[in-house]
Each structure stands twice: as structure tokens, then as C-alpha cells.
Design a protein around this ligand. Sequence first.
Ligand code: PLZ
Length: 463
Amino acid sequence: MTDVSSGSALPQERRLVTAVPGPASQELMARKRAVVADGIGTVMPVFARRAAGGILEDVDGNRFVDFGSGIAVTSVGNSAEAVVRRTTEQLRDYTHTCVMVTPYEPYVAVCEELAAVTPGDHAKKSALFNSGAEAVENAVKIARAYTGRQAVVVFDHGYHGRTNLTMALTSKNMPYKHRFGPFAPEVYRVPVAYPFRWLTGRENCAEEAAAQAIDQITKQVGPDNVAAILIEPVLGEGGFIEPAKGFLPRLAEFAKEHGIVFVADEIQSGFCRTGQWFACEDEGLVPDLITTAKGIAGGLPLAAVTGRAEIMDAAHSGGLGGTYGGNPVACAAALGAIETMREQDLAARARRIEEVMKPRLEKLAERFDVIGDVRGRGAMLAIELVKPGTSATGSGSARPGGPVPQPDPEATAALAHACHQQGLLVLTTGTYGNVMRFLPPLVISEELLNEGLDVLESALAGL
Ligand code: PLZ
């Protein structure tokens, strides 16, 4: 894999010139503490100066291998050439008119691209927003308008945002919901097929979980009351959980039988991240609606709901919108990002990243007992850390009658800290805080990928 990092002059090499954080970052952190609300947390206490390709440079001159992409956003690399070119041109022409006042071509062009790249060849329409949470809220509004029903079904370990409705849709209390209620009503949570933690074993997971979910919907809500079933095809903040194969198609089929709108939240998994344009393609799923954000626009705030034209049109004219939704500069960025994905075949690069990383992660799992499970696909990979001896090493299967894997969030935090100290930007995730996730920019060089894994290995050895 050649290094296709954007035109930036930022050298693609890891470099530590101070302790982490260095003095300049510490000074900025003191300023931050004084004026930025404590609710805005920090994963790695260094301040960014530049970023490109697979490297993020801090204000002290340290260069980190980036295994985070700003939480799966800069898939095309930071300041990617096409994103910079198109947004710069757009900035010169006009920065805002408000699409509801006088529309503009880039908005339409993004919706055309969304119709082309999302699964299914039916007639599709889109509406654009600023953030993932806003897209999810609007998908629910549209599904309710279309069905005339209110209930929304979501899943254990699901994450959909931090606004009032999306907090209700999100499963995890800390840090997302604690003390922020009351939450929106008509939200029902059902089990998800989590292979590593399925007590009767991986092989039973898809079928049993689907049966439980459908039983709960049927008994507790009533399918005729359900507007939408909303799920991430790979659950991101919940711990990079890939629902056991067969689970998603079974739910989609149930939705179809009962006139329920099936919504795939591909905000984290979409736009080439998992080795396809969208993760649901792996099981041939064609969702009625799909929500996207993050990777769509190379770092500018943009989100979308895309879906069957007749469902999307159920909301009356003026019923959807917002001052900035589909801002022209963000649309220009999206067109640049999509152009980059297509021209550089970033889906193939994501698959190559899996080829390089997964076998090495699996080797690490054999060597280090603390790794209970290795999972994910494309450039959306993770390891789940457990107390040694509580899972079958390597294969990581929850066995009938065998030990229940005990999450080890302390080891996970210590591992992340050690990686940060050695120049590798990694993020943790998971309901139990015990999953380390890997989300490199898709344009990262193979050398940097391997170097990042070397750092991870030495950090594991030092635990
Ligand atoms: N749906 C599947 O992954 C955002 C959240 C980080 P916004 N995930 C990162 C944090 O701690 O806030 C996300 C997601 C899925 C919805 C969202 C929400 O997207 O753009 O953050 O609103």
C-alpha cells in the first residue's frame, strides 16, 4: 500500500520530542480548564497542530500515528486534497444561503451521490443535517410520519447521540445520560446478537437473539405500534459489536412483514470504513432508511438521512430542515470526500487494512491473555479486554457452562495511556469500557499501520 496522504508536507513518521503531554499542550490545557466546560472531556491531553495521512502532530512537535481518525471521521485523511480544493472554491463563492431560503447545487449533488452509493436500486431521496444525532432524530420523525406510529425499537449496546431523543435511543448511562433525564418516551430496547458474550455460545447467538428481540417487540410493544427498528450494523460506541450473521436480515424481514421502517445507523460504520460503501452490504441488507455522518465529509459537519423516496416524502414540506443543514461548504467537502473514496478505492484500502491488522491482533490475542476477543472488519477493528482466565484465550468464545468473560476496563485504560505515551493515538469504547478500537484513516501507509501495531504490542507487554 503506497502512502497517499494528501499534499500536506507533514512527514509520515512517528516522533516523540517531549513527554506526552508536552509543555505547550499543558499550557493550553490550563487555558481550556479555565474557559471550556468540564463536560467536554479529552481522550488524549495533547493539542493538535497539524494532521494529514496517518499522522497527527501536536503543538509540541510530537507526531502520533493516528488510529482514531477523530472517531471515524477523517477516513480520506485530514485536509485531504479534494476536500481542501472544493471547500476553498466554495468559500469564495458563498458560505451560506440556507437551503430553505434559496437552494444551491452542491446540496443536490450530495443527495445524488447518496442515492448512488447507498444500498438498493430503488428511487431514493435524502435530507441533510449537521450532526449524526440530528440525522437520527430526523429518521425517527420521517418514520413516524410515514407509518403514523410512534414506537421506536433500539438495541442493547446501541449508540445514537446525545440530544434528548437520541439519549433515549442510546443504551449506556455513563457518560451519556446520567442526570440528563427525563428522556423521550416510546423508545423500547431489545437484545442484540453479541457473539462474544452470548451465554449459550456463538453458534446460537443470531437465532436466539433475534427470537428474543422479536418476542419482546411482539409482547411488549406490538408490531403495529412500531414506527422504526433502528440499529447500527456494527455497534460502535457499544464496543464494535458485529451482530452474529443472520441477526440483521431476520430483523429486517420482521420489519418488512409488519410495515416497520428498518433504519440502519451507519454514522460510524459507513463510507468505506468496513470495506464496502456501507457495512450492511455484507449481508445484502437494503435498509429503508440509512443515517450517515462522520466519514461523509472529511471532517466538516454534515449528516444525512437517505431512503426510499416514498418514505422520505412522508414529511410535509417545511417539516424537515434547520438553518445550517447541508451547508454548502460542508456539501463541497462531502463531494471531495466521496470523489477521494471513489478515485482511490478506499473501500479496498479498508479491506487491506483488515488484512494487515487482523492477523497481527489475533497473534497478540494468543500471546496476551487479557485479549478475550478480536473483531470487526475493514478499518473498524477492536480487541475486547477481559480478566485473564475468564474467556477461552484467542478464540474468545463464551462457552456454555464456561466462564463469563469479565470486562477489564482498568487494563484497557492503562493500555490506551501507554499507547498515547509511545506516540499511538487510540480510542477505547464499549458498554463496559473494555474495548480498544482501531479506526485509522483509510489512506494511512502500511508502514505506519505496522508501526502502530508494534507500539500496541510493546504497550501490552508492559501492562
Ligand atoms: N450514531 C452510530 O457513532 C457518534 C460519539 C462520540 P454525532 N459517535 C461518536 C461522543 O462521545 O459524542 C454517533 C454514532 C452513531 C450516531 C452518532 C452521533 O453522531 O455527529 O456525534 O451527533
